[in-house]
Write a protein that binds this ligand. Structure first.
Ligand code: GCV
Length: 843
């Protein structure tokens, strides 16, 4: 104990791998001083193994032991003086028939905590609530709050689910977890459910601690073979691992399973044999998993089968499953992400608009759904972009329960290789007032059921953790999962408060640690928006490949409908009613007129709703194009500050996590420059309007690789052109030839930072060496694909472009800088440019 305390006081935390995330139960400063106020006994009101109350008791023992070194002894006394008592209100009353306690109203899953010195009472409305209460209590004491208090907490909504997009098999286009950046699925392997479900249990523990009550374990692009009886048996094993944590299992269905798996000739939702097929499936699943939460269905979307194949409505599709679930109190969550990705054509139809699809497809269906259907709607009308308006569909479904779909896995938002704290974005969306019928209609009030009086609304978060011990692929990304749980419990939560709590629990309450991680996190979303796509143009990522690096041109000219309609003079989607796709008109009238009118549309959504000249003036007085240039410079400049901020924490964070985060922040700083230059050069090229500040296209510290003396290297034209400085890079002349690129430096003698921009493809692990005359400055490998979990690319493009910097290198005027590239596999050691930067300059 003493040793542990010393460690904490000295701030020399032991190496950690992230597995316990915010549930580390690490010793806190001055832990000894609190001893007199801590319970010494434990009364678990249900000791049945596997019950959430017994889980709560175990957590309390482990938590108080870890944080304070207290050994809780099981207490026989039912009231538990100087003990922590945990159970349901009913269990407490049964055990203490003569004791009267006053507890404010508890809703399903709610809890009450009362602390008086060492006597602590944690009572839930149900067992799950008791477990939530225990986690809440532990979170408070882990933050040093051991004073007397009494609090009651109720969740705002019953649906607090997470979705995993896990595939049963690795490989294919999307690997083990579609849009997952934290390793292989914790549930499935080689077409089966993993034998060892330890990680699934640990995941359940994390989720329970933030109030999540169900996990849909398989991808919405669902594999029908999971309906095999043997696999159903194994699914029950997952449910068994979840149950002690009060987590229910949810299951994604493939709409065509009656045909693909059941051997029927049809999957028409109104066909009797299809109805029987699904009832049978549901009966079989519930026979194995009696507390299953229900189904999640993606239908008639992105090539997935659905009711539209048979000219049936989406309600027909949803009700098919909902009816089979009714006798089990299960719910059918039906996704609103329905659009046609094959026939949208921007060239022939100015009014074509993917953003209109959901409202169009759900038109007229509001009173057609069974009561146990929840329509799950992505927060914006397109697809998890860095900035979208709230989906108008939330204002159309007034008799139907709805859930908002948020994305914790950062598909378009840096894939955990860029730190982007999403809670501020979610807060803006949840606070947005849709003004339905000109009455207050905040999204959060629609989701908690109060605005339209719906009973099973809520939250769905696409999380996509994997076997990586960091869960999501990056330690800092875990604040997003934590924040998601907090928002699903209460939309009134404050992003910065959540962050503070998370930092204290995950790292420490050291003032510098708090300040630095807060500063980085709170600046991260605006910075990312600035360098990846602002004014509502969307994240300008490559939408045809990994959804990761810059490729502004990929948005247009295809039926995916994430268009920008940028041409030589103009940019933006005209979504007005008067002249455009009419999307603004899908909103309630007050909001519709705000978006219809260019003057009242907020600048950050200008190009979402309006098609304007690049010279259009913003409210700031800047033109659109100049705003682009400036924002991309500003956003990437903020990212440059992150590594330095983090380095100030050296010694205050355990080495393992310190190095892991630093690697990513350095990478992000470099890649933000790739973003900046790609997007700015793309629009400079389109618009031919120069940057007023003369930066875009002029890089005075750069030496283009293609202009160096090349041996064994050749010049390569990069596509898209803007993914390379000067549109060109160099590659080795064959995949067995070592290449050399050299140049004589004309800079004055002094210290410089040497940055090399190169490409790290997934098709090999080339080696690069940098020399000044005959002295090696550094040597590195193209191995980022093993370190960063982001989507890989085999190409020389914005996804693979990256930078390495050697700081404070002494350079003598007239010395020769030489890069030696050794290819590996199919990767030809590509290089874009070298920057010789006076110290402090970044370009
Ligand atoms: C699971 C986007 C993603 C897909 C995802 C889809 C969805 O298009 O890129 O990977 O599929 O959304 O939400 O269904």
């Amino acid at each position: 104990m003493k040793g542990l305390l010393l460690l904490a006081v000295a701030g020399l935390a032991a190496a950690e791998d992230g597995l316990n995330a915010w549930l580390r139960y690490a010793p806190i400063q001055n832990a000894q001083a609190f001893q007199a106020r801590l319970p010494t006994g434990l009364v678990a009101l249900n000791t049945t193994s596997g019950s959430p109350v017994s889980t709560a008791a175990r957590e309390l023992t482990q938590g108080l032991g870890g944080i304070f070194g207290v050994r809780l002894a099981a207490s026989a006394e039912p009231r538990g003086r100087n003990a922590v008592t945990v159970g349901t209100v009913a269990q407490f009353t049964d055990a203490n028939p003569t004791v009267r306690i006053h507890i404010p109203e508890l809703k399903e899953d709610g809890f009450h905590i009362n602390v008086e010195g060492g006597s602590v009472r944690i009572l839930g409305q149900n067992e799950r609530g008791a477990l939530y209460g225990a986690f809440h209590y532990l979170s408070l004491v882990a933050q040093g709050n051991v004073s007397d208090f009494s609090l009651t907490s109720n969740p705002q909504a019953p649906v607090r689910w997470v979705n995993q997009w896990d595939n049963t098999q690795d490989g294919g286009t999307h690997g083990s977890v579609e849009r997952g950046y934290g390793g292989k699925s914790v549930f499935f392997w080689e077409g089966r459910i993993r034998e060892d479900l330890t990680r699934a249990g640990q995941y359940a523990r994390l989720l329970a601690s933030i109030g999540i009550n169900a996990v849909v374990v398989n991808n919405v692009n669902a594999n029908a073979t999971l309906l095999h009886p043997e696999l159903m048996d194994s699914l029950a094993r997952i449910a068994n691992v979840f149950r002690p944590y009060g987590i229910q299992l949810g299951f994604s269905l493939n709409f065509a399973a009656p045909q693909l798996y059941g051997g029927l000739s049809t999957f028409d939702p109104l066909d009797k044999s299809v109805i029987n097929f699904w009832q049978n499936v549901t009966d079989n699943l519930y026979a194995r998993i009696p507390d299953m939460a229900g189904y999640l269905v993606k239908a008639s979307s992105e090539g997935q089968p659905g009711p539209l194949t048979y000219n049936r409505t989406l309600a027909d599709g949803a009700n098919l499953f909902a009816r089979t679930l009714q006798k089990y109190n299960g719910i059918c969550v039906f996704r609103a992400f329905v659009y046609d990705h094959r026939n949208l054509n921007q060239t022939v139809d100015w009014k074509a608009d993917r953003a209109n699809a959901a409202v169009q497809f759900f038109n007229g269906l509001d009173n057609k759904f069974e009561p146990n259907v929840v329509v799950q709607i992505k927060y914006g009308p397109i697809d998890f972009q860095v900035r979208e308006p709230v989906s108008p569909l939330f204002s159309h479904l007034r008799k139907t329960s709805t859930a908002v779909e948020l994305q914790i896995t950062q598909e378009y938002l840096g894939q955990q290789a860029h730190v982007v704290y999403l809670a501020p974005m979610w807060k803006e969306l949840l606070d947005f007032d849709l003004r339905v019928d000109s009455k207050p209609s905040r999204l959060s009030d629609i989701l908690n059921g109060s605005r339209f009086n719906t009973s099973i609304s809520g939250y769905a978060g696409v999380v996509n953790v994997g076997m990586n011990t960091t869960w999501l692929g990056s330690h800092l990304a875990m604040s997003n999962l934590y924040a998601y749980g907090k928002f699903a419990w209460s939309a009134a939560s404050d992003p910065k408060d959540i962050l503070t709590e998370w930092i204290k629990l995950t790292f420490s309450d050291d003032a510098d640690v708090l300040r630095v991680i807060t500063e980085i996190s709170m600046q991260s979303w605006p910075a990312y928006e600035n360098y990846s796509g602002n004014l509502g143009i969307q994240t300008l990522a490559d939408i045809l490949l990994g959804h990761y690096g810059p490729n502004p041109g990929s948005q247009d000219g295809n039926p995916w409908g994430q268009w920008t309609r940028a041409d030589a003079d103009t940019i933006g989607m005209d979504r007005t009613v008067k002249n455009g796709t009419g999307n603004a008109g899908q909103y309630p009238s007050e909001i519709a007129s705000m978006y219809e009118n260019i003057e009242t549309t907020p600048d950050n959504l200008l190009l979402w709703f309006h098609h304007v000249p690049y010279t259009q003036k913003l409210k700031s007085g800047k033109t659109v194009i100049q705003h682009f240039y400036d924002a991309h410079y500003n956003g990437s400049a903020v990212a440059q500050t992150f590594p330095k901020l983090w380095e100030s924490l050296k010694g205050k964070i355990d080495k393992e996590r310190y190095e892991h985060v630093l690697y990513r922040l350095v990478y992000q700083a470099g890649h933000s420059l790739v973003w900046r230059d790609s997007v700015n050069n793309f629009y400079l090229n389109k618009s031919s309007i120069p940057d007023e500040k003369g930066r875009v296209g002029n890089y005075k510290y750069r030496i283009e690789a293609e202009s160096m003396d090349l041996k064994g290297y050749r010049v390569y034209n990069v596509h898209p052109f803007e993914a390379a400085s000067g549109a060109k890079a160099i590659v080795t002349t064959s995949n067995s030839t070592q290449g050399t690129a050299s140049t004589v430096l004309g800079v004055e003698t002094g210290k410089y930072d040497l940055s090399v921009n190169y490409y790290d493809q997934v098709i090999g692990n080339s080696t690069w060496e940098l020399f000044l005359d005959e002295t090696m400055v550094g040597k590195w490998k193209g191995d980022q694909e093993y370190i960063l979990g982001k989507a890989g690319s085999p190409y020389i493009d914005g996804q693979t472009a990256t930078r390495i910097t050697f700081k404070g290198v002494q350079v003598t005027k007239g010395s020769t800088l030489k890069i030696v590239g050794t290819p590996d596999g199919l990767e030809p050691a590509p290089v874009d440019y070298v920057s010789v930067l006076p110290e402090g300059v970044i370009d």
